[in-house]
Design a protein. Structure first.
Length: 270
């Protein structure tokens, strides 16, 4: 697999382009709240690198919170185009740039270094997660912060990796059937336990910041796919010269039978 070749990856950009049509003040407020949770001391006056910008929503949130400069990068031209469209509409006078760049093509010399490097739910889809994490970490300034969200390890990782490979390569009609089958299975499982099946969709929306249809397509198609435990992330990123400052481990539901959440962790350099 060529890690910088977009055709080897799920078409996240198409999903983000459609999702961006639903972005409103409430979703922007939710994104701002998500950054405030990760960075309680704020981002005002800081440089912010958004790796895997997707719709551009979190770049917009950083600018809304007073980030001095934002660079948004993504391997997918649809994501970068969507990011540019959103920021042009919502933050036209702010200091931002959006580029088509793979994390593997970044370096401190070419890309620069930043007060905050933010990679939410991205680096586990690169095909070489740990090397991607190393590349992203190298872009953090001394005393800067590195925030990332990585899928948590579950006993069903191999099953989900196979499912995602099939889904990515399937026609849209087959993907539609797979989505319907997954939703039906989740609803039946909830009802069998006497639970309200609507809680499934509320929980996923709250955890991922997307609406349920775009989130489901993103989850089922997200290939390449890798996972890690909190201890693995803390140990390996710690060995790069970072210390963990905040952590929000995923909530494990049925030990991964219906998917995995993300560990959200913030590290400080030095």
């Amino acid at each position: 697999m060529s890690l910088t070749e977009r055709s080897q990856h799920f078409e996240f950009g198409e999903n983000w382009r459609e999702y961006a049509k639903t972005i409103d003040d409430r979703r922007i407020a939710d994104a701002i709240a998500g950054l405030e949770k990760l960075f309680p001391d704020g981002v005002r006056g800081k440089s912010f690198l958004d790796i895997g910008s997707g719709s551009g929503l979190h770049s917009l949130a950083a600018l809304s919170l007073g980030a001095e400069r934002v660079l948004a990068v993504d391997i997918d031209e649809n994501s970068v185009a969507t990011t540019r469209q959103l920021l042009s509409a919502r933050a036209p006078s702010k200091n931002w740039n959006a580029r088509i760049v793979s994390v593997f093509e970044t370096s401190p010399q070419e890309t620069g270094t930043f007060d905050i490097v933010y990679a939410w739910g991205v680096l586990h889809h690169t095909g070489e997660m740990w090397r991607a994490i190393e590349k992203a970490a190298s872009l953090v300034k001394p005393d800067g912060q590195f925030a990332l969200a990585i899928y948590g390890k579950t006993p069903f990782d191999a099953v989900w990796r196979a499912e995602k490979r099939i889904y990515k390569s399937s026609p849209h009609a087959v993907q539609w059937l797979m989505r319907k089958g997954f939703v039906t299975t989740m609803i039946v499982a909830k009802l069998a336990r006497g639970k309200n099946p609507m809680s499934l969709f509320r929980d996923r929306i709250a955890a991922r910041g997307m609406n349920s249809s775009h989130d489901l397509h993103d989850w089922l198609g997200g290939y390449p796919y890798e996972t890690a435990t909190v201890d693995q992330l803390s140990t390996r990123i710690g060995a790069m010269g970072f210390r963990q400052t905040r952590a929000f481990p995923m909530r494990v539901a049925a030990k991964g039978l219906f998917g995995s959440g993300c560990h959200e962790i913030v590290f400080a350099r030095g």
